[in-house]
Design a protein around this ligand. Structure first.
Ligand code: GAL
Length: 645
């Protein structure tokens, strides 16, 4: 039986020492057993170069441990202290505009600075040496949110040199690089690797150059991360190791970076990201105080894959955040619902950010479990209730789903580099197709393009421009049906149009040639012949040549769906109801049972339990005849139900 832990993020360095024991007792009394500390405390751990002060952290660890709490120790490398920056200003990141991004907030380092890498390794090693074998320090987090605040890419001269070396390792000869990138176009040919520049020029730079740069930047994050992970592991061999990844974030390949960790964790801020999302205003208004019903779930399933089956939520939104354009107050009970939902998707732990709101500095408007004056904030009651309920239950492990959704970070870079229809993004399609599956009551496993696919009945490929034969071979061998979305197989690995045109490798399973794209402005909807008003395509529709008669056709006569061997190609971005209908048909063809969900209600199985959460604004009926262990039917907004299934 899985043991799920609840926790909180705590910053002893922000509070007087006399307060720590009271805080620790408060956490334990609330039912928390994990506490993350340390990740921004470098200036207090090494106030002067080579002069360390561990005494306060020793005390904090002992105080928390004495209250029965277990600790996740965060290494402090996201916040290099001022003396280090002053000593080595070359470590600072440089923006695409050539401006140095200076001291005064956080993440002010370049992944390509070898000097910084050394300093980061040093403080990480010292911290891990000191606490790596402490019985109460059960887990470690490296750094904090790699890539946050647009820091994956750095345009410094160190990065450029590293990029040139990276290119040489990948292409061997400059002629091979010139040929692969198509540099004959606009006389972009280079005479040597050290002539290659940053992908910043008068106008759009070569997409192959940009793609190489994105791959290189991702590799820089992976190398830094792997170095830090190995450093911790050396001194803390028994503890589990994690990094806290982010939501809606695709700037580096998380499958790659995640491979160095035992558990993936992520920071879940459903309302901040709803406000930032590219969703229509009506939807944003509907879910303003609860979040989009599929957003957190998508990330739980994604990070479960990144963690090879193991994940947790390191930072769960407790109340309003401070960083979105409009920071809504969560509706009553959401801190509990979000926590339960993470658990439903298999989380090993859920930890709220942060214990107490801070009265100074940048995050004054960011809620905590306690208000700034240490009185209880609304999240406190929610967490208390969740902790009580959780203590009564024995939960099993997550079981494999029958639907797999293939998510590819490189696909996100391709659509960023060449959107062709403004705002077209592989991540958006992945979220929409995920939502479509869940609207049909289907559990989904998100998988990497390299994952084994045995056991799945349906494989969703929402947007995979660099789709390769190996993936299709695995789908075919698994016996699963497939549903592939626009742009599949439309580019080679080196960002060229494939021989025989798109959908490239997929042409082995469906007879198609994509000869063009009609990019549709926002608000242009093409209705489906014989469909409802809600059934339309928008944003993107391809011109298709095929010997196969299309299934769905737009009212102006363009083919949208094309059946092939054991699957269907969808040549457009579909409205949400339309893609839900297509996913339902594909699932049914695969012999999977679908259960249409009412607005805002979602379900998820974990072990022998079925969970339901209601993100909607009205109460929703649950299936007849189930014996509820938690919750009621109809399920009120913001509530959670649970039954054996
Ligand atoms: C996260 C970050 C935390 C805190 C939080 C505020 O991105 O890891 O340190 O800043 O956001 O919502």
């Amino acid at each position: 039986m899985a043991h799920v832990r609840l926790g909180v993020c705590y910053y002893p360095e922000h509070w007087p020492r006399e307060r720590w024991a009271q805080d620790a007792a408060g956490m334990a009394a609330l039912g928390l057993s994990l506490v993350r500390i340390g990740e921004f405390a470098w200036s207090r751990l090494e106030p002067k170069p080579g002069r360390f002060d561990w005494a306060w952290l020793d005390d904090a660890v002992e105080t928390l441990a004495a209250a029965g709490l277990e600790i996740i120790m965060g290494t402090p490398t996201a916040c290099p202290p001022h003396w280090l920056v002053a000593r080595d200003p070359d470590m600072l990141p440089v923006g695409a505009d050539g401006q140095v991004r200076g001291f005064g907030s956080r993440r002010h380092y370049s992944f390509s600075s070898l000097g910084y890498r050394e300093a980061a390794r040093d403080i990480t090693a010292r911290m891990a040496e000191r606490y790596g074998k402490h019985a109460a320090v059960v887990g470690w987090q490296t750094d904090n949110e790699f890539g946050c605040h647009d820091t994956t890419e750095c345009f410094s001269s160190a990065a450029l040199t590293a990029f040139q070396t990276w290119c040489e390792a990948r292409y061997n000869t400059i002629d091979a690089l010139n040929a692969a990138w198509g540099n004959v176009f606009w006389s972009q040919e280079y005479e040597a690797f050290n002539a290659i520049g940053l992908p910043v020029a008068v106008t759009e730079t070569n997409p192959a150059h940009c793609m190489a740069w994105r791959r290189f930047s991702s590799d820089q994050v992976r190398d830094f991360s792997a170095d830090m992970a190995a450093t911790v592991r050396k001194h803390a061999p028994e503890a589990w190791l994690t990094h806290n990844f982010m939501g809606n974030f695709t700037d580096f390949d998380h499958f790659d970076v995640g491979a160095d960790y035992d558990v993936a964790s992520w920071d879940s801020y459903p309302l901040g990201f709803l406000d930032l999302a590219d969703l229509d205003d009506a939807m944003k208004a509907r879910y303003r105080r609860r979040g989009h019903p599929d957003w957190a779930a998508f990330h739980h399933d994604l990070y479960r894959a990144v963690g090879r089956g193991r994940f947790g939520v390191m930072e769960q939104q407790p109340g309003p955040v401070n960083w979105a354009p409009h920071n809504a107050q969560p509706a009553a009970g959401m801190a509990r619902l979000w926590g339960w939902e993470a658990i439903a998707h298999g989380a090993e732990f859920v930890s709220w950010f942060r214990w107490r709101q801070l009265h100074v500095a940048q995050e004054q408007f960011h809620a905590g479990v306690l208000h700034a004056d240490a009185t209880l904030a609304p999240a406190h009651g929610d967490i208390e209730r969740l902790a009580r309920e959780l203590a009564e239950l024995e939960l099993g492990d997550t079981r494999p789903a029958r639907v797999a959704l293939v998510f590819d970070y490189e696909a996100c870079w391709v659509t960023d580099i060449q959107p062709q229809s403004a705002g077209f993004a592989a991540l958006t399609l992945a979220l929409e197709w995920y939502s479509a599956a869940r609207l049909n009551g289907l559990d989904v496993d998100i998988v990497s393009p390299d994952a084994a696919l045995n056991g799945y009945g349906l494989v969703l490929l929402p947007c995979l421009p660099m789709l390769e034969h190996a993936l299709l071979d695995r789908i075919t061998a698994s016996g699963a049906r497939w549903l592939a979305g626009p742009r599949a197989g439309s580019r080679t690995n080196e960002f060229a149009i494939p021989d025989g045109l798109a959908p490239g490798a997929l042409r082995t399973l469906v007879d198609l040639r994509i000869t063009g794209v009609d990019a549709l402005r926002r608000g242009v909807h093409l209705g489906i012949d014989g469909g409802d008003d809600d059934d339309y395509v928008h944003h993107w529709i391809e011109a298709v040549e095929s010997s196969t008669e299309p299934g769905l056709v737009t009212r102006d006569g363009r083919g949208v769906t094309f059946d092939g061997d054991a699957g269907t190609y969808v040549a457009a971005r579909c409205s949400r109801p339309l893609i839900a209908r297509l996913v339902a048909e594909a699932a049914q063809a695969a012999g999977l049972e679908t259960r249409p969900m009412p607005a805002g209600l979602r379900t998820r199985r974990r072990g022998d339990h079925m969970f339901a959460v209601n993100y909607g604004n009205t109460a929703q009926r649950l299936p007849e005849g189930v014996r509820l262990l938690l919750g009621q039917s109809p399920l009120p907004p913001g509530e959670v139900a649970l039954w054996e299934a």
